[in-house]
Design a protein around this ligand. Sequence first.
Ligand SMILES: [Zn+2]
Length: 84
Amino acid sequence: MPAGRCEHCGLYRQYLHRDHIVPKWAGGRDVPSNWQNLCANCHEDKTWQEQKSPAYRKFMAKAVKRGRRRKTLLGWIAWKLFRI
Ligand SMILES: [Zn+2]
């Protein structure tokens, strides 16, 4: 990203990160209306806050469960067929 002002703290930075306002894991889409330019500090903070949220834990627990299920043959077949 080019240099500019962080949309969170308003400070001018040499490098900005493109952040997804609604994170992808929460169903956020990869479209300009879901992007904001953040400095590295604010981006890190936001990501950290998100990963502390119950929604993120739920998402990760689900992902782990899905991964575990795939290890059994029946689970793998179900996953292949229905993507559950
Ligand atoms: Zn910032």
